[in-house]
Design a protein around this ligand. Structure first.
Ligand SMILES: Cc1cc2nc3c(=O)[nH]c(=O)nc-3n(C[C@H](O)[C@H](O)[C@H](O)COP(=O)(O)OP(=O)(O)OC[C@H]3O[C@@H](n4cnc5c(N)ncnc54)[C@H](O)[C@@H]3O)c2cc1C
Length: 542
């Protein structure tokens, strides 16, 4: 991280979450003078960790797989800046209090066999959905390569070209996970797994569109899965070093209060009354709603402002919390006889009904007694995360954003107790070896990165996806105001450690400044995108 008071820059990036850093890196590599301003005392945003007696305790994201398939790690030369990944092929194991297990294996066939031990029909349904999910994944990739259409346009295109078969896919993407579970699967354990999976995007399983999150899970077979050696710290440090090497400046402990037009440039006002002049534009890498409504200081036309005011950040009051722990004996950790499973993600439900109970409790502003919880032990794949003879745990539970009655600050012990209840039911024997724990509530997460929805910035619901993310008129990483750009989890393609919003935003800035693709290349890209989409849609129709 470099310090120093730059008063002017070509581009100011607001927020040094991983997307802000990725965007800054691409812009600096294209020759622009870039300054990133970050309110926290270090970059990373939702990639957040705490050190305790040699243990690196992760408080935000842990799985960094999404970025592995993008080429960003290679583009930004992150290996040269010390980044190394440990990958595995098996995605996850689902565990229940009665000992039931489902393994999400490398291939759809192997996962179907695992599900088939509970229900042969459900195994077959998994295979069928994996095929449909692969089409969705392909359509999503095509829709992200060039101009990003709003959801209605993408749907209308698919229907016009692919005909009735596309209806099955588009209907599924608009369904709730609960409906998909009920229509496609018969076994209660499998149904509960579907509903739990939908929660990964912090939406309740009855929310329309939540089935899409599950479809992307079934489509994910065979992709690279992994975490950086050195955890989130290593990723953030490599990104920061890469941005610095390209010439960008990252300044931490600087909150951007207001962005105002000043002739042809922008004045970026920060805490401490310092101002940075952005000569060619400003990129917001913070959550879009507070940036556009508060920081942009009345610059939006009333119609645009109303659109942003309607953006839903949190739906059904669903949020998440993490519980990280330092453990004194690695032998107490679960062992499945397969290293990949021991090191991977464990999705825990005390009972199948815990999946829906957790979201009902969130909706009512209550704490679930046995929250649906995702657990992993980062030190298993990355022994450097703990001192010799120790281990680390990371648990992520889906919970209420706002509690009814007493606030989060008064219910920390109760919340942590509930998470342990789930862990004890599915992974007995771990808790007795905890030496230190750190609970990170939804309030803590919002306090850290300024986003009401810390993981996604904007809820991933049908009207807020693709070219309509975060809102109509604000897609394709541009705002209606020239020179103001948007990146981060609240822009396409959304939350997760992918870096894609950062790269796509950089491309928009460079194109507009005449430093990216020429007009002719952009035209050729649109033709290529349209013809690939046409071919893909025809393939669905056959
Ligand atoms: C608990 C949790 C667990 C998760 N687990 C995973 C996981 O395992 N795998 C996965 O792929 N994804 C996971 N996610 C999602 C993923 O972490 C996020 O989608 C992603 O990190 C968002 O990155 P970002 O750069 O878009 O935004 P952020 O990380 O939110 O960064 C925004 C930055 O802007 C800064 N900022 C805000 N306001 C201002 C201001 N006024 N001035 C200056 N700076 C400002 C913030 O401090 C922050 O650093 C998880 C999220 C959470 C919350």
């Amino acid at each position: 991280m470099t310090a120093g008071a730059a008063d002017t820059a070509d581009i100011v990036v607001v927020g040094a979450g991983h997307n802000g850093l990725v965007c800054a890196s691409y812009l600096a590599r294209a020759g622009l003078d870039v300054v990133v301003l970050e309110q926290s005392d270090r970059p990373g945003g939702a990639l957040w960790w705490t050190d305790w007696q040699g243990h690196q305790l992760e408080r935000g994201a842990v799985e960094h797989s999404a970025v592995l398939t993008t080429g960003i790690v290679e583009d930004l030369d992150l290996a040269r800046h010390g980044l190394e990944y440990r990958t595995r092929s098996v995605a996850a194991i689902h565990l229940f209090g009665d000992g039931t297990r489902i393994v999400i294996e490398e291939t759809a066939e192997a996962t179907a066999a695992s599900i088939g031990e509970l229900s042969v029909a459900d195994g077959r349904a998994w295979l069928e959905l994996a095929e449909i999910g692969a089409l969705l994944l392909r359509a999503y990739a095509l829709a992200s390569d060039g101009w990003i259409p709003p959801p209605q346009v993408a749907t209308a295109f698919a229907r016009a070209v692919a005909g009735p078969r596309s209806r099955r896919l588009t209907d599924l993407t608009r369904m709730s996970a609960a409906e998909l579970a009920q229509r496609w699967f018969e076994h209660p354990v499998v149904r509960s797994m579907v509903m739990f999976r939908a929660a990964f995007s912090s939406v309740a399983p009855w929310t329309p569109g939540s089935a899409a999150a599950f479809l992307l899970t079934v489509a994910g077979h065979g992709r690279r899965i992994g975490r950086p050696v050195g955890g989130s710290r290593a990723f953030v440090e490599a990104l920061t070093a890469s941005a610095g090497a390209a010439g960008a400046t990252v300044r931490c402990g600087v909150t951007v209060d207001a962005v105002r037009r000043a002739g042809g440039s922008w004045r970026v006002h920060t805490s401490g009354d310092k101002t940075v002049i952005a000569r060619r534009g400003v990129v917001s890498a913070m959550a879009p709603r507070p940036f556009l409504l508060d920081v942009l200081d009345g610059a939006l036309a009333p119609r645009s402002r109303r659109r942003v005011e309607r953006v839903q950040e949190v739906v059904d009051n669903v949020s998440q919390l993490t519980l990280a722990a330092a453990i004194d004996d690695p032998l107490c950790l679960p062992s499945f006889g397969r290293t990949e499973l021991d090191a991977g993600a464990m999705w825990l439900l005390s009972e199948p009904s815990s999946a829906t109970e957790a979201y009902s409790a969130a909706l009512l502003g209550q704490l679930s007694a046995t929250p649906a919880t995702l657990v992993t032990f980062p030190s298993v794949a990355d022994p450097g995360a703990a001192p010799a003879g120790g281990a680390t745990m990371w648990a992520d539970s889906f919970t209420a954003r706002q509690l009814h009655g007493r606030p989060w600050s008064q219910r920390r012990d109760e919340a942590s107790e509930a998470v342990w209840r789930t862990i004890d039911a599915c992974l007995p024997g771990v808790r007795g070896h905890v030496r230190h724990e750190v609970l990170t509530t939804p309030d803590d997460l919002t306090g850290k990165n300024g986003a009401e929805n810390a993981g996604n910035h904007v809820a991933p619901i049908p009207g807020q996806l693709l070219g309509a993310r975060p809102a109509h008129g604000f897609g394709n990483h541009r705002s209606p105001i020239d020179g103001i750009y948007l990146t981060g989890a609240g822009t396409h393609p959304g939350g997760g450690v992918s870096g894609l919003p950062g790269r796509l935003c950089a491309r928009a800035v460079l194109d507009d400044l005449g430093l990216g693709r020429t007009r002719r290349q952009r035209g050729a890209d649109v033709v290529r995108q349209t013809s690939s989409s046409f071919r893909a849609a025809r393939a669905v129709g056959r």
